[in-house]
Design a protein around this ligand. Structure first.
Ligand code: HEC
Ligand code: HEC
Ligand code: HEC
Ligand code: HEC
Length: 337
């Protein structure tokens, strides 16, 4: 299942590259890819034309911004905007384009230390963070922190800020390596003053024999269940209860250049009850639900779970896994919500 998904994803990736052969201008790339987030400041991204957003970042130097754009940042900038087929030069051109949109503001700003501290819209996102009910059957995963809690500071490879509150408040599993899968007393979720906390098995030990993934808590849970490495109990009370697994894929066509989304019922109903999603999150009718990336990033729709108890939103290809029919494919993406 997983493997065939990956293959589809790779094929989709190749196909995506096709319209891209002639070098695109920074503006084109911005419009097709980056504007999804950078037009409105989605998830705390610096907005096009907003000097205040960009000045502290520009102070780090353009080389550093190129690096962030190419490799992503732990705070939500996906590598190449999630479009891994983009040539480096085009990604850099898009950075140049965004910087040009704030030239004056950036020049005015002193090229100094201490990047951003106050970032109003980030704070907004944080406050809004939905205290959604967790799906009750997703218990095999580490529970997400109920609220951002200050984690013990450790010199991390990445961000300057040390508190967990700053790290991807919308996407708790997208953490820098040094903050990932900490032992229970340090994870900011469990009470370190409780003796029971110290008796718990640390995730790194518990996960060591499970299939790996590149994101989230680094476990490929779908494969883990497929290979019978884990056998999650379906019902808290009844050890014999079995899930009703339903194999039905729903394809959601996506406007623009991203591959279409395949929503697989099978991989979900291995863990979840129909009532975890129907009808509270999704009306059970194909196409009846308005789903957008913006909603997902804000923790609604698929984002109720993805980025919290399931693989994070950075794994574009896991969801956008169906290549488009070239014939009727990409009119330049409007990426409108
Ligand atoms: C899915 C949303 C999303 C998309 C798409 C996206 N970005 Fe970002 N970007 C972000 C977020 C969130 C941040 C802020 C992250 C941070 O502070 O580290 C960011 C920050 C940046 C920064 C500043 C990084 C820094 O070190 O301060 C640059 C440069 C950037 N993006 C370039 C791009 C380019 C170029 C594209 C298109 C090829 C793009 N982004 C597409 C979300 C996105
Ligand atoms: C993780 C969330 C989730 C779970 C769990 C889930 N579904 Fe769905 N279901 C969806 C989504 C998303 C759609 C597509 C909605 C859309 O396209 O707007 C859907 C669509 C449907 C449809 C409509 C199909 C059509 O062609 O119109 C039916 C019927 C359905 N689900 C039944 C079930 C049943 C029965 C279960 C339990 C065995 C279940 N679902 C579990 C998310 C879920
Ligand atoms: C958890 C699954 C999931 C992941 C992961 C995901 N998407 Fe999406 N995406 C969706 C769904 C569902 C839609 C809505 C499709 C539709 O219109 O019905 C969507 C729509 C989109 C759209 C169309 C415009 C919009 O906002 O609705 C773009 C562009 C997009 N995604 C880009 C991305 C990028 C870039 C990434 C990786 C950073 C990504 N997606 C990761 C599920 C996902
Ligand atoms: C109620 C929680 C929940 C919701 C809502 C949800 N998912 Fe998932 N999803 C999961 C869990 C749990 C897994 C399995 C664990 C993992 O892969 O991290 C999963 C796995 C997946 C997989 C991986 C399949 C594989 O073979 O690896 C895809 C694709 C996916 N989800 C897409 C979506 C899309 C698209 C939506 C929205 C239409 C969505 N999910 C909504 C919980 C959810």
């Amino acid at each position: 299942m997983k493997i065939s998904n990956r293959i589809t994803a790779i094929v989709a990736g190749l196909c995506l590259a096709l319209p891209v052969f002639a070098q695109q201008s920074g503006k084109d790339v911005y419009t097709k890819v980056c504007s999804t987030c950078h037009a409105t400041g989605l998830a705390g991204s610096p907005r096009l034309g907003n000097g205040g957003d960009w000045a502290p970042r520009a102070a780090k130097g353009v080389a550093s911004l190129y690096q962030s754009a190419l490799n992503g940042t732990p705070k939500g900038m996906p590598a190449k905007g999630g479009h891994m087929t983009l040539p480096d030069a085009e990604v850099k051109a898009a950075v140049d384009y965004m910087l040009a949109s704030v030239k004056d503001a950036v020049k005015a700003a002193k090229p100094e230390v201490e990047p951003k501290k106050e970032e109003p819209k980030k704070a907004e996102v944080k406050k809004e963070e939905p205290k959604k009910e967790e799906p009750r059957k997703a218990e095999a995963k580490p529970a997400p922190a109920p609220a951002p809690v200050a984690a013990s500071a450790s010199s991390s490879v990445v961000a300057t800020e040390a508190s967990a509150a700053d790290i991807n408040s919308f996407n708790r599993l997208l953490k820098p390596a040094s903050k990932r899968n900490l032992p229970p007393p340090e994870d900011g979720i469990h009470d370190p003053s409780n003796d029971g906390t110290h008796a718990l098995q640390p995730p790194l030990t518990a996960f060591s024999s499970l299939p790996k993934s590149m994101s989230g808590n680094r476990v490929n849970w779908v494969e883990a269940i497929g290979q019978k490495k884990i056998n999650p109990r379906y019902d808290r009370n009844d050890p014999k209860a079995e899930p009703i697994v339903m194999d039905m894929n729903i394809v959601r066509e996506v406007k623009g250049s991203m591959p279409d989304v395949v929503y697989p019922h099978k991989q979900h109903t291995e863990w979840l009850d129909c009532s975890n999603c129907h009808p509270a999150i999704f009306v059970p009718q194909k196409g009846a639900n308005a789903i957008s990336m913006a909603a997902i990033l804000l923790g609604e729709k698929c984002g109720v779970c993805h980025g919290k108890v399931a693989f994070p939103v950075s794994e574009c290809r896991n969801c956008h896994s169906k290549k488009k029919d070239i014939a009727k494919a990409p009119a330049p993406a409007t990426a409108a919500k």
